[in-house]
Design a protein around this ligand. Structure first.
Ligand SMILES: Nc1ncnc2c1ncn2[C@@H]1O[C@H](COP(=O)(O)OP(=O)(O)OP(=O)(O)O)[C@@H](O)[C@H]1O
Length: 273
């Protein structure tokens, strides 16, 4: 049986909250015994009210924060990212399977779109050659193919900070393709985009998933986008998974339970069934 793309087992994350004038020092359990597996390249939407732990879970999968010592493991393509609250010794190697996309600041603004996408090669090449941007002909062709695949090849020479938000997100997806990432972790990738551009970026994530067989885990504030563009939904509430199943199996009543009063804000373009 092929190995799972992502395995998250019994992960908990507790933050220490500093005291301020009004509140004493305290702790907050942002993730509480969270487990799930992505066995094949799916599109998983992480949804849930503000503060439910979506970003914490994504950052934990990326090894960008350390889980509690009581936690189990996180593995990507069978390689450990972290285990029992310690980063794996070969986490850099394991991370090469992960393409990371954030809401903003995905690209280095003063570098061209081409160079930003070419940074996807960095993990695979020697330090100085990468540092000086000495890409081989094959590497350059791979970058241009990726930029073409995501529809921004014509902008290759443009500085990233002169590109629109949607073009920058496409560039970040191209970098993940260049990197040959097996899973893309996208943290609110459409939150700062207008609805038309947001739809195009979500459609691109669908394309990369279906054509290139890259798994996608995406945090979304919009339930309608989660249902429309993802095949599986993981809903978090207070750091606990309260729904893990097909996107079309999430009922309105369950959503009301999950979001409570925030339900009115959980749709962007109106409810879709
Ligand atoms: N570095 C931190 N220190 C202390 N508490 C934190 C830290 N990061 C997150 N938290 C808290 O952990 C909880 C989960 O936060 P997280 O950002 O994962 O939620 P989220 O579901 O992504 O929220 P949102 O939808 O608003 O982005 C929140 O209560 C948040 O305030």
């Amino acid at each position: 049986m092929p190995q799972p793309l992502v395995e998250v087992s019994a992960v908990s994350k507790t933050y220490t909250i500093k005291a301020d004038g009004t509140k004493p020092r305290g702790v907050l359990k942002a993730l509480n015994n969270v487990s799930f597996t992505m066995d094949k390249p799916e599109r998983i939407a992480l949804i849930g009210p503000s503060g439910s732990g979506k970003s914490t879970l994504l950052r934990s999968i990326g090894g960008l924060l350390i889980d509690d010592a009581s936690s189990g493991d996180i593995k990507v393509m069978g390689q450990a990212i972290q285990s029992k609250g310690r980063l794996a010794p070969n986490v850099r190697q394991a991370r090469m399977n992960l393409g990371m996309i954030a809401q903003q600041f995905n690209l280095v603004g003063r570098l061209s779109l081409f160079t930003n996408a070419a940074l996807g090669h960095l993990g695979k090449m020697g330090g100085l050659r990468g540092f000086f941007g000495l890409w081989s002909k094959a590497e350059k062709m791979a970058v241009m193919r990726a930029l073409d695949h995501v529809g921004v090849a014509a902008k290759a020479n443009q500085r990233a900070n002169t590109l629109s938000g949607g073009q920058q997100q496409r560039g970040a997806i191209a970098r993940a393709i260049v990197q040959d990432a097996k899973v893309i972790l996208a943290d609110e990738p459409v939150a700062s985009l207008d609805p038309v551009t947001a739809r195009k970026v979500m459609e691109l994530l669908v394309k990369v998933n279906t054509e290139d067989k890259v798994g996608v885990i995406v945090t979304l504030h919009q339930v309608d986008y989660a249902k429309r563009y993802c095949d599986r939904i993981l809903a978090l509430k207070d750091g606990v998974i309260v729904y893990d199943g097909p996107a079309n199996g999430l009922s309105g009543d369950t959503l009301k339970d999950i979001y409570g009063e925030e339900i009115e804000d959980a749709y962007w373009e109106g409810a879709v069934s």
